[in-house]
Design a binder for this molecule. Structure first.
Ligand code: BG6
Length: 303
């Protein structure tokens, strides 16, 4: 059972004609936003953005047609929050990949109709005995989502303990593309990356990233804009970020997608993850009482 009461949420945080809470797929509560600039859907479990469609545009975010929605399970697609580690846990093989933030309940603490026509939603992760067993450090995690002609995501970690903490994190966003074989990613040229498909070998990027097979890379020391150039949809998605030092690029391609079982037929052709992250040696150390923002803005430009 989820811990939400939709009536209470609507009374407290609903915004007439703009923002409502309702039961979403699999019975998971979602917040839906419709304003003049865009629409969006966010599952309260995981503070997981499932959709963002700027007015007059094709959907920007990809959600698998075979995504499974269930309490405690991660959803394939959208923008999962990876925290407080990225990838497998360093020491504990039994801990979930990419941390627990994407599979636990979050609570809404703020909604706002902004003067510029955009809408904001603030969510915070609810710690429990189960999360504390995997992450004993006293800390708070909040995600602010601003839905408008652009989408802004601000993931804030506060260290409320008396010792330093080190976190790995990512907004593991699945972008929708028409055909991955016609897509390139620009902005990563000449960077060093960890090639996870080649046993973690370190390599250097030559030119734009193109896709012709499984690709799973952590680009290091990267803080500038990334552009997803989509010839099929005749658009470019720009990812502008702050407080992120790594960018992860991932497409599982055919065989891995088949093994995963929740990407849908040919799902790999229509998605691409470009994740604003702090991973590998780019993990973030936060001193006692300190905080860290992982902030990004997505915008769409015509080609
Ligand atoms: C990417 C990783 O970020 O996430 C991949 O680099 C991984 O190695 C992928 O396969 C999906 O992870 P998950 O846990 O959502 O299946």
């Amino acid at each position: 059972m989820h811990p939400y009461n939709l009536d209470t949420l609507n009374k407290r945080f609903g915004l007439a004609d703009i923002l409502i809470f309702r039961e979403g797929p699999g019975g998971l509560p979602v917040v839906e936003v419709f304003n003049e600039q865009a629409s969006a859907v966010i599952a309260l479990q995981g503070a997981h953005l499932l959709q963002w469609v700027p007015s007059g545009e094709d959907p920007v975010i990809w959600l698998s047609p075979e995504a499974k929605f269930a309490a405690g399970k991660s959803v394939r697609g959208g923008a999962p929050v990876c925290w407080p580690w990225f990838g497998p846990h360093e020491r504990e093989a039994g801990f979930p990949a990419h941390g627990f933030a994407r599979t636990v309940p979050w609570e809404v603490f703020e909604t706002n109709a902004n003067a510029d026509g955009s809408t904001s939603v603030g969510l915070r992760l609810l710690h429990s005995d189960a999360t504390r067993a995997q992450w004993p450090a006293a800390s708070e995690l909040e995600l602010y989502i601003r839905i408008g002609t652009t989408l802004e995501l601000d993931l804030l970690t506060r260290n409320t303990s008396s010792t330093a903490i080190t976190i790995g994190e990512a907004l593991h966003t699945y972008f929708r593309v028409r055909d991955i074989r016609e897509v390139s990613v620009q902005g990563l040229e000449d960077l060093e990356y960890i090639d996870k498909v080649d046993g973690g070998t370190r390599k250097r990027q030559q030119g734009p990233v193109r896709f012709a097979g499984e690709l799973d890379r952590i680009y290091l020391d990267h803080g500038s804009d990334c552009l997803i150039h989509d010839l099929g949809l005749q658009r470019r998605i720009r990812i502008h970020k702050r407080g992120s030092h790594s960018t992860v690029v991932w497409n599982p391609w055919i065989e891995k997608a088949e093994k995963m079982g929740d990407l849908g037929p040919d799902g790999y052709l229509h998605m691409l993850c470009v994740e604003s992250a702090n991973a590998a040696e780019d993990v973030v150390k936060i001193g006692p009482g300190g905080e860290h923002h992982l902030w990004m803005r997505y915008s769409v430009e015509a080609l």
